[in-house]
Write a protein of this length. Structure first.
Length: 259
């Protein structure tokens, strides 16, 4: 690896063969030395899951000037842990997940394997960014996102990010992006989440599906509004889940219960 250039560790949850990760590497190549460690098959929805019931294996796929690519039998989070501990010869300057086929706005951040990549990097003290496009098509066009990906990654390489804070970046599916909005996470929930998928006359088989119900559709500060209106949505995301604003009240409950 070239020690003079920034080291960028890349993974995803759509798998090593997905177009999104190839496009991401293409967009990032000018910014540093890139190491890819990605799942050998799709692992969507795996969040920060780890493989603990069997060994995890990785294999070198490709090595060329500036880019080294590995595939891994584990989850996206496994990929980051494995690369960190067995492949890299130094701490990466940036961890990047994506480009995901499908958005990871709102509550999707909790389920996303792409954001599992990012959260793992963030927990290890490395500035980390997740990139996603609002298009599930495996042949999706990522070109409009390219300049923004380079700009955002370069900015984070230069300035860093606060401790335990990462970026969740989502792109609208349009060639005519209007610009960038820094957003809050949309509040809402998934509904109608299961579709019957009978097998051998047994109706107790289901496909996960669903519709997202935005509880604040007119809130121009949230990521759903930004994406619906043609903007790149950047949501600064903390991985410390402590509800600090509830600590004092909860302590009061405990004290009252002990009296």
């Amino acid at each position: 690896m070239e020690n003079k250039r920034p080291l960028i560790l890349v993974s995803n949850d759509d798998g090593i063969m997905a177009k999104g990760i190839s496009e991401l590497v293409k967009f990032l190549r000018t910014l540093g030395e890139i190491v890819v460690m990605a799942p050998d098959a799709p692992r969507s929805g795996s969040a920060s899951a780890l493989t603990v019931t069997q060994p995890v294996h990785y294999k070198l796929v490709k090595q060329e000037v500036g880019v080294t690519v590995y595939k891994c039998s584990g989850t996206p989070t496994d990929c980051i842990k494995l690369a960190w501990n067995t492949v890299l010869d130094r701490k990466p300057d940036l961890v990047v997940g994506g480009i995901n086929h499908g958005d990871n706005s709102a509550t999707n951040v909790h389920y996303s394997g792409t954001m599992g990549v990012v959260i793992e990097g963030c927990l290890n003290g490395v500035p980390s960014i997740g990139f996603s496009l609002c298009n599930h098509d495996m042949g999706a066009d990522f070109e409009a996102a390219g300049p923004y990906i380079r700009k955002i990654a370069a900015m984070v390489l230069e300035k860093g990010l606060p401790p335990l804070t990462c970026l969740n970046v989502n792109f609208p599916d349009t060639p005519n992006i209007k610009g960038i909005k820094v957003c809050e996470q949309a509040k809402g929930c998934w509904t109608n989440e299961w579709e019957v998928c009978p097998r051998q006359n047994d109706r107790n088989y289901f496909w996960l599906t669903g519709e997202f119900a935005d509880h604040e559709p007119e809130n121009e500060k949230n990521d759903h509004w930004a994406l619906a209106n043609g903007y790149v949505a950047i949501t600064p995301t903390k991985v410390d889940l402590t509800a600090y604003d509830f600590i004092d009240e909860l302590n009061q409950w405990i004290e009252e219960n002990e009296e």
